[in-house]
Design a protein around this ligand. Structure first.
Ligand code: F6R
Length: 363
């Protein structure tokens, strides 16, 4: 049931605020004013986290690497399952191995999990389908509580994966005693504000729809982001290519001048994901480089960022102000809507894009 929406993807994008609200309640239950994470996991004997997944789920892991390393001071290695499983990477009983999969049936992710079984301290999975193979073979299963995701392009599963990974980061930080109580409480507050900010972010839809009408005329697009917005740039490019069939690449903003800038001309839209945070000025200087070469900038930022950058952008998308590290969950809405409306504009089969399957059970 599409619930009145034209596509499952539109419904699933719109549902995110609600399902994220449920996930945050589930994982951060409030006992005696203390927000504690209900996972039963213990990070105190762990010195490394290995995260393994495919596609969009691997980009949720890549985003979480920034959180785990900055907030919980825990080294994280992220790998795509098809590479991890054949490389025979060394793991130990002090390694926590984390597998992220919406379906819980992805063949390469399951094979990577089986490679780790018996070699690592704990096998943890973050899944949507609770009765899946990956869930069954894990020591600890963390459900993302997104509800059924029908659209082939992952949207609400991605943001719910991020929510669980963020909550897990805070638990790791608490158990490892790397943050003082006030800093931890601030991050808990920031995470609890995310579902409301995701609802606010949806108000960009008419603006994004107008931009998509233009974007649909182009053959290529580049997405740029810095820090935890870099994995979201990769996700924005993946989403756009899989449903609109426009060739798109994501890059770290700082990598632009190391090659991709050669692609910039008047036919290249460049979507820049940049909240007005401590790295904003650096990204603005990357935007100047794009503009100087005729590239068409779609700036996704908050009011302060859009104001500061002046009017050199071709298009702007306004996001709510998000303090702290969890902005990628909120900005995900912008890249999802951009892909969705561009695909609708092009008339592609949004929920069932060509050549793709919802669950990839062969390698
Ligand atoms: C992209 C997409 C895929 C999946 C990938 C992993 O929108 O949906 O990249 O994320 O095939 O699938 P799961 O999460 O089921 O293991």
């Amino acid at each position: 049931d599409k619930g009145g929406y034209r596509h499952f993807m539109a419904k699933e994008i719109a549902e995110q605020s609600t399902v994220l609200g449920a996930a945050v309640k589930y994982y951060l239950s409030n006992r005696e004013g203390q927000h504690t994470l209900e996972t039963g996991l213990d990070f105190s004997g762990i010195d490394r986290v290995v995260m393994v997944a495919c596609g969009t789920a691997s980009l949720a892991c890549f985003t979480a690497k920034y959180w785990f390393e900055q907030i919980a001071k825990l080294p994280v290695e992220v790998d795509i399952a098809s590479e991890f499983r054949y490389r025979e990477p060394p793991v130990s009983d002090r390694t926590l191995a984390l597998f992220v999969s919406q379906s819980g049936e992805t063949a390469d992710t399951l094979a990577a999990l089986r490679y780790c079984a018996g070699k690592v301290g704990k096998i943890v999975s973050i899944v949507n389908v609770a009765e899946s193979s990956i869930a069954r073979e894990s020591d600890v299963v963390l459900p993302i509580l997104a509800g059924p995701e029908i659209g082939v392009a992952s949207t609400k599963a991605f943001t719910c994966q991020l929510m669980v990974l963020a909550a897990l980061t805070l638990q790791a930080a608490r158990q490892r005693e790397v943050l003082d109580g006030a800093a931890l409480a601030e991050h808990v507050d920031q995470l609890m504000r995310v579902p409301g900010q995701v609802a606010d972010a949806m108000t960009c839809e008419p603006q994004v729809q107008a931009i998509s009408a233009q974007l649909a005329q182009y053959k290529d697009a580049i997405f740029l982001g810095r820090g935890a917005m870099y994995p979201l740039a990769l996700e924005g490019a993946l989403k756009l290519k899989e449903i609109s069939y426009i060739h798109a690449e994501g890059y770290a903003s700082g990598e632009l001048k190391h090659g991709p800038i050669a692609l910039i001309d008047k036919d290249m839209p460049v979507v820049v994901l940049t909240p007005a945070d401590n790295m904003f000025d650096k990204t603005v200087s990357n935007m100047e480089e794009v503009r100087a070469r005729g590239g068409k900038i779609v700036m996704v930022s908050d009011a302060a960022g859009i104001n500061k950058a002046g009017d050199g952008s071709w298009q702007t998308v306004a996001m709510p102000r998000v303090d702290g590290p969890f902005a990628p969950i909120v900005y995900a809405v912008a890249v999802q809507l951009l892909a969705y409306h561009t695909a609708v504009e092009k008339g592609t089969d949004v929920d069932q894009p060509r050549n793709l399957a919802k669950s990839v059970t062969v390698e």
